[in-house]
Design a protein around this ligand. Structure first.
Ligand SMILES: Cc1ncc(COP(=O)(O)O)c(C=O)c1O
Length: 419
C-alpha cells in the first residue's frame, strides 16, 4: 500500500542486498548455525600496518577539513592516478568523499541524462539512479563476452537512442563477474563519437590478478571520471574513503560535485584522510602481489570445482567475485524455481550464502548467482606467503577452511537434490 508520507521513488526501497545478506548470515551465525559467507564482498585482508599506525598518530585531528579533501592527500592521489591512468591529473580535480558509493551517487545527481548500465552491474548503480528518477538503459552482456558490453552493442544502443545525454558506468575488474573489459579501445571510440561521459569504477583495479592496470582512461581520458578508494585494495572498507578523479575537461562537473558535497557530507573524517596519505604515497607492492596470488588461487579452485559438476562460470581475472550459472544442473521444483529461491534454499539447507543475479540486473529465471570468495583469514594467508612462493594445494583446506567446506557442502547438496 502506498505510504503518503513517502516520495514515489522511495515507496519500494529496501536495504542493499549485499549488506542484507551479511546481516542475515551474521544472525544465523549468532544462532549457532554454520554459515559459509559467500554473500558480501568485503576485503579479507588487514589494512597494512603502517597505514593503521598513521591513523593512530592522527587520532587527535579534529577539524573539519577542506570539502574536497586534504590538499596533501589530493596531491598524492593525483600523482598515483597520473601514473596509473597515464594522464596529468591535478589536485584541484580530485574529490575525496565518504566512500566511492556516495561519490557515485553524487555524480549521478549532478550529471544530466540517462544512465547506461551494462547488465550485469554492481548492485547500487541502479537504485541510485532510481532515487534520482534517472532513466536507465540496460545494455546486455553475456558469458561469451566475459560479462562485459561490446563496442558494437554500445554503438547500436546509441544509434537507437540519439538526442539524450548519456552517462555510462564501467567497472573492471568487475563486480559481480570478476572479469576484465577487453574491448576498451573500441568502446572508447564509441564514447567519443556519442559524447558519452564515462564513470570508470576502478575500485578493484589493484586486485587485477595480472597486476596490470587497465582503464578506459588510457584511451578516453577527456571523457572519463575515475572512481576508486581505499575499500578493496587495502582492506579499509569500514574507513569510508573514496575518490573521484576528473580530467581538466570535466573540471566543471568536479566543481559542482564539490558544492554538492559541501551541502551534504561536508568532508571525510580527518584522521582517516591523514592516514590515507600514507596509503597513497607508500609502496604496497608486496602486500598487493600476495593479495592477488591468494585471490587468484581461490578463484581457480572454485572455478575448477564448480565447472567439474556443471555449474558454468567464467574464470575471474580480478577482485573477489564470480558469477555462477546453475541452469544446466539444477532440477526445478516448486521450492527451487529461480535464482532467488535457489539462494534461499541453499542458505537454509546448508548455510551457503550467495546472491541471485537479479540483484545485478540479470533475470531471476536465468539461475545465475554471484559469489564473493572472501570468507577466510586474510592475515593468515598473507603470512603463509612470507615463506612460500605460491599456495600449495595441500594447504588449501588449512588456509581457507570455509571456502573448502562451503564448496564441498554445496556440491553434496546438489548431488542430493539431483538424485
Ligand atoms: C563495483 C563497486 N563499486 C563501488 C563500491 C563501493 O565501495 P566504497 O563505497 O566502499 O568505496 C563497491 C563496493 O562493494 C563495488 O563493489
Amino acid at each position: 500500500m502506498k505510504n503518503e508520507l513517502i516520495n514515489d521513488q522511495f515507496q519500494n526501497i529496501k536495504s542493499s542486498s549485499t549488506l542484507e545478506i551479511n546481516e542475515i548470515s551474521n544472525n544465523l551465525l549468532k544462532e549457532g548455525k554454520d554459515i559459509f559467507k559467500f554473500g558480501l564482498g568485503q576485503s579479507p585482508f588487514p589494512i597494512p600496518k603502517i597505514i593503521v599506525e598513521e591513523l593512530q598518530k592522527n587520532a587527535f585531528q579534529k577539524d573539519y577539513l577542506n570539502v574536497s579533501g586534504l590538499l596533501k592527500l589530493r596531491e598524492v592521489v593525483a600523482k598515483y592516478h597520473s601514473n596509473k591512468n597515464k594522464y596529468n591529473y591535478i589536485s584541484d580535480n580530485i574529490i575525496i568523499g565518504p566512500g566511492s558509493k556516495e561519490l557515485l551517487f553524487q555524480c549521478q545527481m549532478v550529471i544530466k541524462g540517462c544512465l547506461l548500465l551494462p547488465s550485469p552491474s554492481w548492485v547500487s548503480y541502479q537504485p541510485q539512479a532510481h532515487f534520482l528518477k534517472k532513466k536507465i538503459h540496460w545494455i546486455q552482456s553475456d558469458k561469451e563476452n566475459n560479462w562485459h558490453i561490446t563496442a558494437e552493442k554500445l554503438n547500436q544502443h546509441c544509434l537507437d537512442n540519439t538526442n539524450v545525454n548519456k552517462l555510462l558506468i564501467l567497472n573492471s575488474p568487475n563486480n559481480p563477474s570478476g572479469t576484465n573489459i577487453s574491448d576498451l579501445e573500441n568502446i572508447s571510440q564509441i564514447c567519443r563519437k556519442f559524447n558519452i561521459i564515462v564513470i570508470s569504477d576502478e575500485i578493484y583495479a589493484e586486485l587485477n590478478f595480472s597486476g596490470n592496470y587497465n582503464s578506459i582512461s588510457h584511451f578516453y581520458p577527456e571523457g572519463t571520471i575515475i572512481s576508486s578508494g581505499l575499500s578493496k585494495w587495502c582492506g579499509a572498507g569500514g574507513w569510508r574513503l573514496g575518490t573521484l578523479i576528473f580530467p581538466s575537461e570535466l573540471s566543471d562537473v568536479c566543481q559542482k560535485i564539490k558544492a554538492l558535497a559541501s551541502e551534504t557530507y561536508s568532508s571525510v573524517s580527518a584522521p582517516i584522510q591523514f592516514a590515507a596519505i600514507k596509503a597513497y604515497s607508500n609502496d604496497h607492492s608486496d602486500y598487493l602481489r600476495k593479495s592477488r596470488i591468494i585471490l587468484k588461487t581461490i578463484s581457480l579452485y572454485i572455478f575448477k570445482e564448480f565447472s567439474s559438476i556443471g555449474i558454468e562460470c567464467v574464470k575471474p581475472e580480478g577482485g573477489f567475485y564470480m558469477l555462477c550459472d546453475f541452469s544446466k544442473i539444477i532440477k526445478k521444483t516448486n521450492k527451487i524455481y529461480n535464482a532467488s529461491s535457489l539462494c534461499g534454499k541453499l542458505l537454509s539447507d546448508v548455510g551457503f550464502a550467495m546472491l541471485p543475479g537479479k540483484n545485478f540486473g540479470l533475470s531471476d529465471e536465468s539461475f545465475i548467482t554471484r559469489i564473493a570468495y572472501v570468507d577466510f583469514d586474510g592475515q593468515k594467508a598473507l603470512s603463509y606467503l612470507d615463506n612460500h612462493k605460491n599456495i600449495n594445494s595441500n594447504d588449501f583446506n588449512y588456509l581457507f577452511p570455509k571456502i573448502y567446506q562451503g564448496v564441498k557442502e554445496l556440491k553434496n547438496w546438489l548431488k542430493f537434490q539431483n538424485n
